[in-house]
Design a protein around this ligand. Structure first.
Ligand code: ZN
Length: 166
């Protein structure tokens, strides 16, 4: 098992739409395993393929006390309600913002055996799915922040960029 370096804010791979997975082969299974390993190293709840530089519609996630799961070509088929959650991103470490998104979603997709999945998710799990799907569409957390949150985030990211090398 190998671990990837997680791509950080500013990397163009994070702002591009990933393509559908067309073949579920041994290479893809290996990628999913390595992504789980990378997610564990970073203590994350979820990780999308573009975060390791691969533009494929695949993400992995793991809820506490559960086995890691890989989801291929995910689609949000339905969503309901509103829920606020302190959301962060492994590609923008250390920044968390209270963000309102749908509370429950129905996610469809495929597992690593090519079997169709349909998952009713609520709260943290639903939030994780929506966040990872955004990554597959090239959207970062920053795009769902309100104006003031975005200003604060950009200020912090500029501050970090300036402190590099000093
Ligand atoms: Zn993220």
């Amino acid at each position: 098992m190998a671990s990837y370096q997680i791509r950080m804010f500013g990397d163009p791979v994070l702002t591009q739409r990933s393509g559908e997975v067309t073949d579920i082969d041994a290479k893809l299974v290996q990628l999913a395993e390595d992504m789980v390993h990378t997610m564990h190293d970073a203590h994350g709840l979820g990780l999308a393929a573009p975060q390791v530089g691969i533009q494929k519609r695949l993400f992995v996630y793991q809820l506490p006390e559960q086995e890691p799961v890989a989801i291929i070509n995910p689609v949000i088929a339905d969503s309901r309600g509103e829920w606020e959650y302190e959301e962060g991103c492994l590609s923008i470490p250390g920044l968390f913002f209270p963000i309102v998104r749908p509370k429950e979603i129905l996610l469809t997709g495929f597992d690593l055996d090519g079997k169709e999945l349909s998952i009713e998710a609520d709260e943290v799990e639903a939030r994780c799915f929506q966040h990872e799907l955004d990554h597959l569409d090239g959207r970062l957390l920053l795009s769902v922040l309100d104006k003031d949150q975005k200003k604060e985030a950009m200020r912090e990211l500029r501050r970090r960029a300036e402190s590099v090398g000093s």
